[in-house]
Design a protein. Structure first.
Length: 201
């Protein structure tokens, strides 16, 4: 079943109003509390929330933990790397779910593959959010295509070290940088929409 955000807000509002004047016995109140928790879980999944100036809105995701992981990653970034967090806040307006990960530079919208992020650490997820926010910076400077990947990867690597990320994550990105062609998914020597659509991440 799918409902609109307006309908969900109304359901939660009515439940809160009813519970404020509830005179039923404890057993019935407990059932209502369980129903309210279920609606709250839906709210986490369907209603957007904000971290700083960034809206986190993942209506396509059916896994509430996905949104929680994004919030945790941004919190990690804010605590351990405030300068990089500020760059992310200035250059991303929205984080959402999608079949592949990538950033819409014009609209400052970062789509992240769901549910692959459930297997990622907070540090790694923070670093890829920063990586794509940096692509927005590059876009304002006229950098496009394959030429922008290595500088963004180097920035991401610096951040991983600052975040005290796991050694295997640092080693993985180091290998990616050394290889230098991770964005050329189809191996034709350029980076274009064909590569984006062929991504498995």
């Amino acid at each position: 079943m799918k409902i609109t955000r307006r309908q969900l807000k109304q359901i939660i509002k009515e439940e809160l109003e009813n519970s404020a004047s509830d005179t039923r016995d404890d057993e019935e109140i407990a059932v209502d509390d369980e129903a309210l928790r279920s609606r709250a879980d839906l709210a986490v999944n369907w209603l957007p929330l904000s971290v700083g100036d960034i809206e986190i809105d993942m209506p396509e995701s059916e896994i509430p933990e996905v949104k929680k992981k994004v919030v945790k990653a941004l919190d990690t970034l804010q605590r351990k790397a405030p300068e990089e967090y500020e760059l992310v806040q200035k250059n991303l307006k929205r984080i959402t779910s999608g079949h592949t990960s990538g950033v819409d530079i014009k609209n400052k919208k970062f789509s992240i593959a769901d549910p692959s992020i459930l297997d990622q650490s907070a540090e790694w997820l923070a670093s890829i959010i920063y990586h794509d926010a940096y692509h927005v910076v590059q876009g304002t400077r006229g950098w496009h295509g394959k030429d922008r990947e290595t500088p963004a990867n180097l920035k991401q690597l610096e951040l991983l070290k600052k975040l005290d990320a796991a050694s295997d994550e640092i080693a993985h990105l180091t290998r990616v940088i050394e290889k230098g062609d991770h964005s050329d998914v189809d191996g034709d020597g350029d980076y274009d929409m064909d590569d984006y659509l062929a991504r498995k991440y």
